[in-house]
Design a binder for this molecule. Structure first.
Ligand SMILES: N[C@@H](CCC(=O)N[C@@H](CS)C(=O)NCC(=O)O)C(=O)O
Length: 204
């Protein structure tokens, strides 16, 4: 049976899993979900105690999460294209790049939750600023010392960074991250042409 995924068209972490599946030729069935930190979706919580997406379900309802574990699972199932997790000397670089992309994404998501979810009189500007500083220093590092590893193939680290940049465009449209990061901007424009990226464009 085809694995099922608790899906959200706006979630960059779900997008990571969907891009991985398309790159590796793995079919996944989408299940509706409503992940939200305040009012949690009991259907997800039943399988993933923290209520987050993505969460993949196997035939017997065995859950697999989070996005990194799902990507590794998909990679092991798939036979199209190149592995997303090279086992040679690039292995830990790719894993670290994926962690960096995810970490920037988490900071962006926390910033958005602060501004969208928290009542206005309880918002803490310094905290939101701290999250955005993580995004900015992460982007600087990707533009600098990580760029060669990022742009060598389209692996799990590249997917995480591409989904993170897609999320910045989607939820922080006013943030001009490209002008200070020209190599990253050109790389993102190129990888955005991939069918896997085109097919998973975020939607509200
Ligand atoms: N580390 C997780 C993060 C997943 C995550 O934060 N997902 C968000 C949607 S983009 C979510 O489910 N938020 C609901 C919540 O925080 O309860 C992963 O890589 O899958």
């Amino acid at each position: 049976m085809t694995p099922r995924i608790f899906f959200s068209p706006a979630s960059p972490f779900v997008r990571k899993a969907m891009v991985a599946a398309l790159e590796r030729g793995v079919e996944i069935e989408k299940l509706p979900s409503a992940a939200w930190p305040v009012k949690r979706d009991p259907n997800i919580v039943r399988h993933n105690a923290t209520g987050k997406v993505p969460c993949l379900l196997l035939d017997d309802d065995t859950p697999i999460f989070d996005s990194r574990v799902i990507s590794a699972f998909i990679d092991a199932q798939g036979d199209e294209g190149e592995t997303l997790y090279p086992q040679d000397s690039r292995r830990f670089t790719v894993l670290t790049l994926e962690a960096l992309g995810d970490s920037i994404l988490e900071a962006a998501l926390l910033h958005r939750y602060e501004n969208v979810l928290r009542p206005e009189d309880k918002r803490w500007d310094d905290w939101a600023r701290g999250q955005m500083e993580k995004v900015d220093s992460g982007l600087d590092d990707l533009e600098g010392r990580w760029f060669d590893a990022l742009s060598a193939g389209f692996h799990a680290g590249s997917i995480a960074v591409a989904c993170m940049l897609g999320y910045l465009d989607f939820r922080f449209a006013d943030k001009d991250w490209r002008s200070g990061h020209p190599r990253l901007g050109a790389w993102f424009a190129a990888v955005s042409e991939r069918p896997s990226m085109q097919a998973t464009f975020p939607a509200a």
